[in-house]
Design a protein around this ligand. Structure first.
Ligand SMILES: Cc1ncc(COP(=O)(O)O)c(C=O)c1O
Length: 424
């Protein structure tokens, strides 16, 4: 323990007593380098401060929700204004209708919206809606793709029984033959094909969607009557101001959104087309907090910024600058350093690094220089970042590569990631 992480250590000890496992889910730092802080105290713009007051340029953006900057003045003012008037009421406010109209105008395949809170609410609702629409059971989805944490889709097996996972067939992302085989196996029981905007699975290189794969998914749904679902929860509004597969000329029947929809305020949504409207109206979906008005006010302001600012072009340019700069520095230091995924959602992996010991060392060195990067999960850029931030990141990376070069021969295996060895 050092002076600079004493509060974090103390909180972890207390958490171990009152929070099972000390922390849970994707925000547990259990699979991150030991020096990564578990607890934070504030965020502003592109920066976060940990519980000990250390400041970081944050390339995780709360795992996606932070698109325009933490504590964004206009978005948070809209939230607070509505909070003063009423938030969780006996019914929704008119903001709900306004927000649905806004999304229907912005997202080309959408004719209607159903709001909820978490991405998993939306993806699960899409599954139920597809089954209600088709009166069939099977969903085809890509191996390793994350769609949430309920028993039907959680990546961990504990507490999950076979029937929770029944009626799902897995294919390989971007592999047309494997998709066709899965659909053939589903026979006349296919309810839906689920797809991520791009392959953004953890621990492996990311992959852009192949247009032929996207078109085949659409064609197979049209042929069988199943619904095509694009899960935009993670990538929404970081690739496009529309559903991201519209760039491939493919329109889904349903799309699911969350994370940055209200710039960090809790809101998610399932959007759908006319074909799926009746089924969507028939399923019983609700939650005590799904109609909160303040979050919807924040979402309207977030979507105004999506429409009216050049945030997407700016974060794409920043991502390109980061990628080119890292590439040059990694090459100069003699490392095979793979940067995959879109510029706005990059993932870094080193060549010859099966248990991520290089990735851990690099990330720790970045952290110690005030830059929070992730060694095995895709990252996120936000519109509060500047060219100066990217240049600071590149300076930190140059120093981190230099340290790694000196230490690489002596690095021991990362025991907590031993399960990865031989997996890829
Ligand atoms: C693609 C995708 N779908 C669904 C979810 C689930 O969202 P939530 O954690 O808000 O339930 C996530 C969360 O990371 C996601 O990345």
């Amino acid at each position: 323990m050092t002076q600079s992480n004493s509060r974090d250590r103390e909180l972890r000890e207390r958490a171990a007593a009152v929070i099972p496992g000390g922390m849970y889910g994707h925000q547990s730092v259990g699979l991150l380098p030991d020096d990564y802080p578990q607890f934070f105290e504030r965020g502003e713009g592109a920066h976060i401060w940990d519980a000990d007051g250390n400041r970081y340029l944050d390339f995780m953006c709360a795992y996606g929700p932070n698109l325009f900057g933490y504590a964004h003045p206009e978005i948070d003012a809209a939230f607070v204004r509505q909070l003063g008037q009423g938030d969780t009421l006996t019914g929704p406010t008119g903001l709900m209708v306004e927000l649905a109209e806004t999304l229907v105008r912005m997202v080309s395949h959408a004719d209607w919206a159903i709001f909820c809170k978490n991405g998993t609410d939306a993806t699960t609702m899409a599954l139920t809606t597809a089954r209600a629409h088709t009166k069939r059971r099977i969903v085809v989805r890509a191996k390793g793709a994350y769609h949430g944490a309920l028993p039907w889709c959680t990546p961990r097996p504990a507490g999950v029984i076979d029937s929770d996972r029944a009626h799902q067939i897995f294919c390989d992302y971007n592999d047309v033959a494997s998709l066709e085989a899965a659909v053939a196996e589903a026979g006349d029981d296919l309810a839906a094909i689920f797809a991520a905007p791009f392959r953004h699975d953890a621990f492996i290189d990311q992959a852009e969607p192949d247009a032929a794969y996207a078109r085949k998914a659409r064609e197979l749904c049209d042929r069988t009557g199943a619904l095509l679902v694009v899960d935009e929860v993670r990538a929404g509004f970081r690739l496009s101001r529309d559903c991201s597969w519209s760039r491939l000329g493919v329109s889904p029947d349903l799309s699911t959104w969350g994370k940055c929809l209200a710039n960090g305020h809790p809101l998610s949504v399932m959007l759908g087309n006319e074909k799926a409207r009746r089924a969507a109206a028939s399923v019983y979906v609700t939650g005590s907090f799904w109609f909160q008005a303040a979050t919807m006010a924040a979402a309207l302001e977030t979507l105004r910024l999506v429409r009216e600012t050049d945030y997407l072009e700016r974060i794409t340019a920043l991502g390109d600058r980061l990628r080119a700069g890292l590439d040059a520095r990694a090459r100069a230091a003699g490392f095979g350093f793979r940067q995959t995924g879109p510029a706005t959602m990059p993932l870094f992996l080193f060549d010859d690094d099966p248990d991520l010991r290089k990735g851990f060392c690099f990330s720790s060195e970045m952290l110690s220089r005030g830059v929070y990067v992730h060694p095995w999960h895709n990252m996120f850029l936000c519109a509060a970042m500047t060219e100066a931030d990217i240049d600071q990141t590149l300076d930190a990376a140059e120093a981190a590569f230099a340290v790694l070069k000196r230490q690489a021969p002596a690095l021991g295996p990362v025991e907590k990631l031993a399960f990865l060895s031989g997996a890829h």
